[in-house]
Design a protein around this ligand. Structure first.
Ligand SMILES: CC(C)(COP(=O)(O)OP(=O)(O)OC[C@H]1O[C@@H](n2cnc3c(N)ncnc32)[C@H](O)[C@@H]1OP(=O)(O)O)[C@@H](O)C(=O)NCCC(=O)NCCS
Length: 165
């Protein structure tokens, strides 16, 4: 049964299902240089379905976010060992951007990782990706580090994080 989280105009924001994985891979191929194996998508959906979310209009899937959970050192507390949600990938097809879909996907994934009792939520983003950095800042994420040559092409990333607990 589909779990619809919210409606945004003619677009539903809902939990992903196995039948969404190929459309999600297609969006990923069109929008981002970082790609993953089929198995990786399947494992993220199996492990954290609460934070694997798609945006869909009457015709097709138009955006997604997928995340995982990890244990590790806190991005906020010195010496703290915490449970963290991690955004693996988020994207909206170009023609559907600037309508609030990206924000809705990130907000719903925050709720999803909260359900899993994560203390923090974090992500990496290209330093040049102003649209994404602005979106995350509006939602309360803070730039905590700059990761040198994080991407294959040598670009730096910002590590951005938010405290949930
Ligand atoms: C980052 C990304 C997911 C944002 O998606 P989005 O759907 O455009 O995000 P939103 O619509 O929620 O917000 C984007 C902007 O649209 C504005 N907006 C939202 N609803 C709006 C509306 N109805 N009318 C006009 N503007 C609107 C927001 O205020 C925001 O403005 P700002 O950039 O000036 O702050 C998208 O740009 C993308 O897929 N990029 C390529 C992949 C990528 O870089 N992913 C992130 C990797 S870390």
């Amino acid at each position: 049964m589909q779990v619809i989280l919210r409606e945004l105009g003619d677009c539903n924001i809902r939990r992903a299902e196995p039948s969404d994985l190929i459309p999600v891979m297609e969006i990923n191929l069109k929008t981002l240089p970082e790609h993953y194996s089929d198995y990786f998508y399947e494992s993220l959906l199996a492990e954290l379905p609460e934070a694997f979310i798609v945006a869909e209009n009457s015709e097709n899937r138009i955006g997604y976010i997928m995340c995982k959970t990890e244990y590790g050192f806190s991005n906020f507390k010195k010496l703290g060992f915490v449970k963290k949600g991690h955004v693996v990938s988020v994207a909206v097809l170009d023609e559907y951007r600037k309508k609030g879909i990206g924000r809705a996907l990130v907000e719903e994934s925050v709720k999803g990782v909260r359900l899993r009792k994560c203390d923090e939520f974090y992500l990496e983003v290209r330093c040049s990706n102003n649209d994404a950095v602005r979106l995350y800042e509006k939602l309360g994420f803070i730039i905590k580090q700059q990761l040198n040559a994080y991407y294959r092409d040598g670009e730096d990333a910002y590590l951005m994080a938010i405290e949930l607990s």
